[in-house]
Design a protein around this ligand. Sequence first.
Ligand SMILES: [Fe+2]
Ligand SMILES: [Fe+2]
Length: 170
Amino acid sequence: MLKKNIEDICNRQVEREGYSSNLYIAMASWAETNGYSGVASWLYSQSDEERIHMLKFIKYINERGGTAVMPALKKPAGEFKSVEDVFKEVLKHEEFVTASINEIVSLTLDEKDFNTHNFLQWFVMEQVEEEASVRIVLDKVRLVGKNNMYEFDRDILSLRRPAANASTAP
Ligand SMILES: [Fe+2]
Ligand SMILES: [Fe+2]
């Protein structure tokens, strides 16, 4: 049975993963309507992964005798200055999520909840890979500069790492 404080912080993460999914859809939609179909595909796929992260937490909470709570999600921004601006925001958001996961890990150690600690290890690794993959995209955006966005948009999907969730879907 999950302790209440662990259940609550896992539910907070349900909200954060759900918000991530919505945020990336908002960014994808902006990219789609501004001529960046490759960037839009990258972001739509990213959004799908975040939804799977949310489901992993929901299922884990319920499996351990807790109750997953469906959150109200705040409205993400719908306007962005540039593709570089979008990916800067993605990186900032992923760093926020990493800190959030680490906070849960820390609480599981305080509470000696080794099951939840073990469950979180997948997310710890996932965040390392997510941040690295977004940094690669950001480096490329900066390299190509504003004049070569056509090539960048065409090639961005080749920068996508293989779906990390394929074998670990909930
Ligand atoms: Fe996530
Ligand atoms: Fe993420």
